[in-house]
Design a protein around this ligand. Sequence first.
Ligand code: C2E
Ligand code: MG
Ligand code: MG
Length: 322
Amino acid sequence: MYTRQLNNQQARKIQASQTGGATVIRFPQPAQTASHPRSLSEQLQRNPGALSQPALCRDWITAELEKALADDRFELYYQPLFDIQSQQTVGAEALVRLRAENGELISPDRFIPLTEELGFIVPLGRWILIEACQQLKLWQQQNGGPLRMAVNVSPVQLCDPEFVSTVRTAVESAGIAYSDLELEITEGHVVRYQQQVEQAFNELSALGVSIAIDDFGTGYSALAYLARMPWSRVKIDRSFLTDVPHQQKSRQVVLSILAMAEQLDLEVTAEGIETEAQYRFLVEAGCKTGQGFGYARPQPAAAFQRLLQANDNAGWSCGVQD
Ligand code: C2E
Ligand code: MG
Ligand code: MG
């Protein structure tokens, strides 16, 4: 385990052993005393890339992450998924954050890769699934009407033999329908972990869970996998929306994805809708579902609940902020 006993001499030794490689061990920093290593949150806030994982660090980082989970410092934010034609909120995407000791929120891009590398995404992902399903049940009871929950999953979770049973437990203990849950996996991961992805998703899809390809268009082409896996939805990556509607090529790419999805009987969500012009373009293009800062940012559960209550008055740029 990475311990507080690591002294400066040991730290220098580790640094010296990394000569020539891309890995730079900056942990602990020279100015620190060995007995007071920087907290994990602080490391993540400053430079997560510096957290390479020599064996000495791994256990320490894992213990810090376990402690954060036990201390309820992981939080779920929820970003509305909305019906583009009616502008009503139809669901939420659960997006995890880590609350640092100083109160600041750390974004998932800074710690998810680390949790995947350490295998900690398995217990963290279990917590996320359980929490998100329970939250959905609460909103369904409070507000009525159909509402679904999208949860991101990592391929490391799919390699866990307990994954399907974890999903079953999360859904059944919350008392939601399987069809209310959608699992999202990034396109690049579909290709790299095809076997594990296929097996777990076939089982879950048979239960009624929806499966979505996230960030579509950014990974290696997953076209070959579109036909053979039980996808329900593609999420058009927000990079394609950036130049819409002013750039013709970008418009054509989005229209092509919509046409392809229609042929394959897939639902589509457009991610990253920020401007009214993008929104209008998607209305015209017949895109059904959207998500983006222009409608609402990811926000804590309480703010999301207020959005649902105000939904009758909500519309484009309802402007709910976190
Ligand atoms: P994602 O699943 O593609 O989630 C959408 C990301 O785009 C979110 O960033 C969201 O805040 C951001 N976004 C949404 N609308 C807009 C927009 O209009 N403009 C811009 N510029 N950004 C927008 P976030 O929350 O930082 O999450 C980043 C990524 O981290 C997620 O991308 C997902 O891949 C991963 N992630 C988040 N939560 C989880 C989780 O619970 N489990 C796993 N495995 N990965 C997660
Ligand atoms: Mg996602
Ligand atoms: Mg995405």
